[in-house]
Design a protein around this ligand. Structure first.
Ligand SMILES: NC(=O)c1ccc[n+]([C@@H]2O[C@H](COP(=O)([O-])OP(=O)(O)OC[C@H]3O[C@@H](n4cnc5c(N)ncnc54)[C@H](OP(=O)(O)O)[C@@H]3O)[C@@H](O)[C@H]2O)c1
Length: 267
C-alpha cells in the first residue's frame, strides 16, 4: 500500500513521523508534496519520504491520498486530483469543518472518502482523533485510515454530525488546556515560584489529573469531592472558580468553536 500526502505542514509532519516511528510502514510506502519545496526536503530527511512534484503526481503514485492542506486550499486542490482518483483509491481528509458532502461536490460519489479530525498532540503520539466515512468507505477503508492515525494516538468512530462537537472538545480544547496550564504557572509565579518550576508543576498536575480520570474510571466530580476537605483550601478555590463563571466560560467557548466549525462547513 502506498500513502501520499498533499500538504506537509504541522499535522502531516506529525502523522508521517508517527507512522515512520511505529515501524508498521516502510519509507518506500510514503509519498508527499508541499507547495513549499523545503518542507518536502525536510520530510525526505526525517522519514525518507519519496518526493513528488504536484498534488496530481501524489494522487497517481499513491493508493491512499491524505489531504493535509488548509480547508480554504481544498477548492484549488480537489479539481487537480479529481482526474486521478477512482473507486480503487482512498481519499482521507483532516480539514476542519468540511463535510463529506463538500468533497462529493468536487470528486463525485464514486470515491471512498474517510474524514478524520486529529489534534496537534499527535506530535507526541497523544492525539484524540475522530473518524467517519462516506457511503463508499468500507470497514476496510476505515481500518486503513485508523491504522495510520493510531500511530499518533487514539481513534474514535463517530457519526459525522458529531464532528463539530468533536472538533471543539477534541480539537480546539487542546489550546484551552494549554492556556489553563499557563494560567496556573503564572499564578505560581505571582506567589513567588520561578516560571520554569511553576510550568513544570502545572503541566504534571494537569497530566496527572487526566491520567487519574482515565485509569481510575472515576467520574471527575467524585475526584473533586475527594480532594475538597471540609473547610479546606481546595473548596475555597472551587467556590471562587464557580463565582467567576469558570464552567460557563468553557461552555461558551466550546459553543463558539462549534458555531465557527458549522460556518466553515457551509462556506
Ligand atoms: N494543526 C492542527 O492542530 C490541526 C488539527 C486538526 C486538523 N487540522 C487540519 O489539518 C490540515 C492541515 O493543517 P496544518 O496545521 O498542518 O496546516 P499547515 O501547517 O499550514 O500545513 C499545510 C501545508 O500545505 C501547504 N500547501 C498549501 N497549498 C498547497 C497545495 N496546493 N499543495 C500542497 N501543499 C500545499 C502549505 O503551504 P503554505 O504555508 O505555503 O500555504 C503548508 O505547508 C488543515 O485542513 C487543518 O484544518 C489541523
Amino acid at each position: 500500500m502506498r500513502y501520499g500526502f498533499i500538504g506537509l505542514g504541522n499535522m502531516a509532519t506529525a502523522i508521517l513521523q508517527g507512522m515512520y516511528k511505529s515501524g508498521l510502514f516502510s519509507n518506500d510506502q510514503l509519498y508527499g508534496y508541499d507547495s513549499i519545496p523545503e518542507k518536502t526536503t525536510a520530510m525526505q530527511g526525517a522519514v525518507g519520504l519519496l518526493p513528488v512534484l504536484s498534488p496530481e503526481a501524489v494522487t497517481r503514485a499513491a493508493d491512499v491520498i491524505l489531504l493535509a492542506v488548509k480547508p480554504q486550499t481544498l477548492a484549488a486542490v480537489l479539481p487537480l486530483i479529481k482526474p486521478h482518483v477512482s473507486g480503487n483509491k482512498l481519499v482521507i481528509t483532516i480539514a476542519a469543518g468540511k463535510t463529506l458532502d463538500y468533497y462529493a461536490g468536487f470528486l463525485g460519489n464514486e470515491v471512498p472518502i474517510v474524514r478524520l479530525m486529529p489534534n496537534i498532540n499527535a506530535k507526541v503520539c497523544a492525539a484524540a482523533s475522530a473518524i467517519c466515512g462516506n457511503a463508499l468507505a468500507t470497514d476496510a477503508h476505515r481500518k486503513i485510515a485508523a491504522d495510520m492515525f493510531k500511530t499518533v494516538g487514539s481513534v474514535t468512530a463517530i457519526d459525522e454530525k458529531l464532528f463539530p462537537a468533536f472538533s471543539a472538545i477534541g480539537g480546539a480544547a487542546v489550546a484551552f488546556a494549554y492556556v489553563f496550564i499557563d494560567a496556573l504557572a503564572s499564578a505560581g509565579v505571582k506567589a513567588g515560584m520561578p516560571k520554569p518550576m511553576a510550568l513544570s508543576v502545572a503541566t504534571d498536575t494537569v497530566l496527572g489529573s487526566a491520567r487519574l480520570i482515565k485509569i481510575s474510571g472515576e467520574h471527575p466530580r467524585v475526584l473533586v469531592d475527594q480532594v475538597c476537605s471540609p473547610g479546606g483550601t481546595t473548596i475555597e478555590g472551587m467556590h471562587t472558580l464557580n463565582r467567576l463563571g469558570f464552567e460557563s466560560a468553557v461552555h461558551q467557548a466550546i459553543d463558539a468553536v462549534i458555531q465557527k466549525d458549522n460556518k466553515i462547513g457551509e462556506s
